[in-house]
Design a protein around this ligand. Structure first.
Ligand code: SF4
Ligand code: SF4
Length: 156
């Protein structure tokens, strides 16, 4: 692999990425695959540990990625996001970081060379989500989480 190809995650703007580079940029954290709410007053995005029905908690990935829009119409296409919509993504998200011109963290698999580093760093939601069936509104509030809570030391 040439150096230029190795550094696409650092040097190329998002809209110049090939499809393959775009997909490789995802760190596999799964944070975009849980139910979230926007606080009407503050605009803050609140995370829950309730997963999308298509999210595989064991492997921390979408089970139906190719046909996800058919199965989950609410699933958003990051590639067509407006500037404002990038704020809906977690601050650790590679797409949000690169959209803001920031570098990836050392735990990103493209930097570490190890897909599991995102899990070891405490960034991913692997084994941390619950099934989204049968939740009342009161239940949902009890499932709000802080994905950056202490204990996530971000070490690779
Ligand atoms: S939050 Fe971003 S980096 Fe993490 S899984 Fe979703 S798209 Fe990929
Ligand atoms: S359909 Fe797949 S990619 Fe979309 S939110 Fe659900 S698990 Fe994530």
């Amino acid at each position: 692999m040439h150096d230029d190809e190795q550094r696409f995650w650092r040097d190329k703007p998002l809209d110049a990425l090939t499809d393959r580079e775009w997909e490789a940029l995802c760190d596999g954290c799964g944070r975009c695959c849980v139910w979230k709410f926007e606080d009407a007053d503050s605009g803050e995005i609140l995370y829950t540990d309730i997963r999308c029905a298509s999210f595989d908690d064991n492997h921390c990935r979408c089970q139906h990625y190719a046909e996800r829009k058919m199965r989950v119409p609410d699933c958003l296409d990051i590639r067509s996001f407006t500037d404002a919509q990038f704020a809906w993504l977690p601050e650790s998200c590679a797409y949000r970081l690169r959209h803001a011109g920031k570098p990836l963290f050392d735990w990103h698999p493209l930097i570490s060379g190890d897909p599991a580093s995102v899990h070891r760093a405490g960034i991913s939601l692997q084994h941390k989500t619950v099934c989204g069936d049968h939740f009342s509104e009161a239940d949902i509030i009890r499932h709000i989480i802080d994905p950056d809570e202490p204990g996530n030391d971000h070490a690779v």
